[in-house]
Design a binder for this molecule. Structure first.
Ligand SMILES: Nc1ncnc2c1ncn2[C@@H]1O[C@H](COP(=O)(O)OP(=O)(O)OP(=O)(O)O)[C@@H](O)[C@H]1O
Length: 242
């Protein structure tokens, strides 16, 4: 499913968090939302999943104008702070979230087995989440986000605090999920992660300063480093509002 944003703005009180943002993410792409802390990435994701309503502009996923409750079962969301239950096992967490999606018992048990395999937590399925490492919790959050086989998957800074080896494994998992036809939107402030994506939206102070395929974005730089694009935008005055 593709995602279209047109002239989307959102304020909190008198603070303009998202300023007239528009772009289209193609179905089946991995698109990264790249920007420093506080630039508006989480707000943009919350707008796209329909957890927030835009003040102006429109957001459409496939043919559906957001927000729309009927899209909930087609969307997967991995929040920045995982919403896991520490006193439950990995398996019980998956059963709980699966029941929210109203997956029938046989389907749910089959999906639990599949997603635990994908995130490499099969051996830990009976362990309490309280005893999980940070990386294991991230992988379980990812498993929950894809349990109901969403068409579109939103990942809010999924690799924060993750060591480079595990980060590689997690990106391999994203690529495997995408290979099944899922559109993935992933926010990050790690410039290197852009290289994993088909397209990138560069966000600064709530504004879209660039949106293109990753090769075309890199062509616009002198040294092939994505951070240059933020510096160029700053020099051109595109980043000067508070
Ligand atoms: N519910 C809210 N109420 C008031 N201000 C908010 C709210 N949510 C976000 N903001 C503000 O909007 C701006 C964008 O925040 P947002 O969380 O979207 O940025 P971000 O790029 O996701 O940052 P980070 O990388 O640190 O998660 C920030 O200035 C933030 O303080």
């Amino acid at each position: 499913m593709d995602i279209q944003l047109n002239g989307v703005s959102k304020s909190f009180g008198d603070q303009l968090a998202i300023d007239h943002v528009g772009f289209t993410i193609n179905s089946g792409d991995i698109c990264c939302l790249l920007g420093p802390s506080g630039s508006g990435k989480t707000t943009l994701i919350r707008l796209m999943i329909g957890a927030l309503a835009a003040d102006t502009g429109s957001i459409q996923i496939g043919e559906t104008i957001m927000p729309n409750m009927s899209m909930l079962h087609k969307i997967g969301f991995m929040p920045q702070n995982d919403g896991l239950y520490d006193d439950l096992s990995a398996e019980a967490n998956l059963e709980f979230f699966g029941s929210i999606y109203k997956l029938g018992k046989p389907t749910l048990q089959q999906r639990i087995t599949e997603v635990l395999t994908l995130v490499d937590l099969t051996a830990d399925r009976k362990k309490l989440v309280r005893n999980f490492s940070g990386g294991m919790k991230k992988r379980l959050s990812l498993a929950i986000a894809i349990l109901h086989q969403p068409d579109v998957l939103f990942l809010d800074e999924p690799t924060v605090g993750i060591d480079p080896i595990l980060r590689r494994q997690i990106w391999d998992q994203f690529q495997a999920i995408r290979a099944n036809g899922t559109t993935i939107i992933v926010s990050t402030h790690v410039m290197d992660e852009v290289l994993e994506c088909d397209r990138a939206a560069l966000i600064y102070n709530g504004r879209l300063i660039a949106f293109d395929t990753v090769p075309r974005l890199l062509e616009q730089t002198e040294n092939g480093r994505v951070e240059e694009l933020f510096l160029i935008a700053g020099r051109e005055g595109g980043t000067d509002h508070a």
